[in-house]
Structures are given as C-alpha cells and as structure tokens.
Design a protein around this ligand. Structure first.
Ligand code: S3P
Length: 179
C-alpha cells in the first residue's frame, strides 16, 4: 500500500482546509485533485463544467487518478465525486490511507453553498443535493477510516486525523485505550 493520506468526502466537508493544515502538521506536500485538473486544463472547474460538461470533467478525474499513482507521502484532497465511482475506493486505498471527513448533510450543504462556486450545486434543490449525498455515502463508507467533523473546526479535525493515523501505525495492545 502507498503512504499517501487521501481525504474524501462530500462538498463542504473541509477536505481542502483540513488537507492543507494536515500536510503542514505532518511536514508533507499537499495536493488537490481539482488543482491538478485546473492546471492541466488551464481554467477553473466551473468553466470546465460550463464548456465541456460533467462527463468530460469525470474523464479528467479518471486521468488524475492514474497520475496519483506517482505520488508518495503526500496529503491528497479529492473532489467530492472522485471517490464515488465503481472501482475507485479499491484503487485509492492502494495509494495510501483513505480518510472520510464525514458530517451531517445539512451542515455540509450549508457550508458548500456558502463557499465558492460549485457546479454540482447549481440549479439543484436541497433535496436533489441530498439525494446525491445519499447515493455517494456507500462509497465514502469504503474509506479506511472515518473522522466525524460534526461541531468541530479544521484544527480539531486535523488532530483527530493525526490520532487515527497514528493509531493505525502503532496499534495499542488490546485492552488499552487511546487518550
Ligand atoms: C464535485 C466537487 C468539487 C469539484 C467538482 C465536482 C462533486 O470538489 O471536484 O465541482 O462532484 O462533488 P469539492 O468537493 O472540493 O467541492
């Protein structure tokens, strides 16, 4: 298995902000799949969706997943839909530890609506976005570990992620509990 840390989760889960802080804390490089796509295409995600549509964007994600195989030791934040395709959970788990930044749908939804332009929200009702979230949940559940972000800020989320990563590297003898 690779030694990257891969953050997955729905829009608004904090993958970018947590990823950046986590990379700093671990002294690793930070990579975002959306940035890889933006760099390759020379334009932003909303423009790619507007000009070429979602199918084209998902093909760019396929290409990006292939390129991720070249990474080692990085913290990688993925776009909210990248993990949610057949075969993706298996493919990404070979590249490192996959961490699902989980949270309550309504909190994620409000956060996602407030920050940045998100083509997957455009023109959709809350219920439609919730249906998308529910369809994706079974994929997110296939992450190696889940970190609940409910009610805590990015710094605390980072601390939780660091703790679960440490516990996976150095499991406690059975019967002992992490403090
Ligand atoms: C998407 C999420 C976005 C971006 C694109 C599609 C999705 O990333 O990859 O707009 O399908 O959920 P964030 O999860 O960082 O918003």
């Amino acid at each position: 298995m690779g030694d990257n840390v891969i953050l997955v989760g729905f829009m608004g889960a904090g993958k970018s902000s947590v990823g950046r802080l986590l990379a700093r804390r671990l002294g690793r490089c930070f990579v975002e799949t959306d940035d890889m796509i933006t760099a390759r295409e020379g334009r932003g995600i909303p423009e790619i969706f507007a000009d070429r549509g979602e199918v084209y964007f998902r093909a760019l994600e396929d290409e990006t997943v292939r390129l991720l195989a070249l990474k080692s030791g990085d913290v990688i934040a993925t776009g909210g839909g990248l993990f949610c395709r057949e075969g993706r959970p298996e493919a990404l788990r070979t590249l490192g530890t996959v961490v699902w930044l989980a949270g309550e749908f309504d909190v994620l939804y409000e956060r996602a609506r407030r920050a940045g332009e998100r083509p997957m929200l455009a023109g959709k009702s809350r219920d439609e976005v919730e249906a998308l979230y529910r369809a994706r949940e079974p994929y997110y559940r296939q992450a190696d570990v889940t970190v609940d972000t409910t009610g805590i800020g990015p710094d605390q989320v980072v601390s939780r992620v660091v703790r679960v990563l440490r516990d996976r590297t150095n499991p406690l003898p059975s019967g002992e509990r992490a403090g």
